[in-house]
Design a protein around this ligand. Structure first.
Ligand SMILES: [Zn+2]
Ligand SMILES: [Zn+2]
Length: 266
């Protein structure tokens, strides 16, 4: 079975991820324009016809900016919880009821050959979810906006073979930066975002041989750099004496352009 993943865009300016098998694909979030999504997929020889739906994590613009146009133009269903739909739908947007699919939390549903489970995370939206996606014996977890890793979310994150996890800000850059105090407090709070040290510490505490690919995601434009993300992780791992095995790889997802396709199976 073929299983491919790539990030089309990841960060506070827009998020969209692709997961596909040999027949179909799904998108997770649509926080960049529908035109960019179509263009990026085309560059990777992925036809929009093979996309079977879009999973939505929450109502922040960096996750739904392109949603309305994307699902309207391509007659795609979009999947999220009842509470998140209520926070997205408004008289201003033209999302057709035909495209709306409500999903339960922590209960599997099936789409495009994938078994998918949504789990709640702590973030400052009316509701925010991560996704745990199983394809054969491979497990993918996506958790991009969370102030801390709560007990509900942790098992889904630990179970992943491929993990997309937020490493949003460098603690020092945020503290010394120009954001107003209330915004710094919001970002650092339990309902804000994960900082580099938080993510590194969680990974150091929980890394196992099953976790083959770690994608560090949703970097802040103003308060982080890919180098600082990697430095934080390498420092924490070396302090704890953690060495990666030869199958394990770590990458920092680009903020504004697609990554190379990550192949989980050939
Ligand atoms: Zn976000
Ligand atoms: Zn958010």
């Amino acid at each position: 079975m073929k299983l491919n993943f790539c990030s089309l865009s990841s960060g506070s300016s827009g998020n969209c991820y692709y997961l596909g098998n040999e027949f179909h694909g799904i998108l997770i979030d649509a926080g960049i324009s529908a035109t960019s999504i179509r263009k990026f997929l085309k560059n990777m020889d992925i036809s929009m016809q093979t996309i079977m739906g879009v999973l939505i994590t929450h109502n922040h613009t960096d996750h739904i900016k392109g949603l309305e146009v994307l699902i309207r133009k391509n007659s795609l269903p979009a999947f999220t919880s009842n509470k998140i739909w209520k926070s997205i739908l408004s008289p201003r947007n033209k999302i057709s009821t035909d495209c709306i699919r409500e999903i339960p939390l922590m209960k599997k549903f099936h789409l495009a050959g994938f078994d998918i489970e949504a789990f709640p995370v702590c973030h400052d939206a009316p509701e925010t979810i991560g996704f745990h996606i199983c394809a054969g014996d491979k497990k993918i977890t996506i958790a991009t906006d969370l102030g801390h890793i709560c007990q509900t979310a942790a098992p889904y994150i630990r179970a992943a073979n491929l993990l997309v996890i937020e490493s949003n800000y460098d603690e020092q850059m945020l503290a010394n930066g120009s954001y107003p105090h209330f915004l710094k407090a919001r970002i650092k709070s339990d309902h804000g975002h994960l900082g580099n040290h938080q993510t590194s510490a969680f990974l150091a505490d929980n890394i196992s041989d099953n976790l083959n690919i770690i994608c560090l995601a949703h970097l802040s434009k103003n308060n982080n750099t890919p180098e600082l993300v990697l430095q934080s992780l390498q420092k924490t791992f070396s302090e704890r004496g953690i060495a990666l095995n030869r199958q394990q790889q770590i990458s920092v997802l680009n903020r504004n352009m697609p990554t190379d396709m990550i192949r989980l199976t050939e």
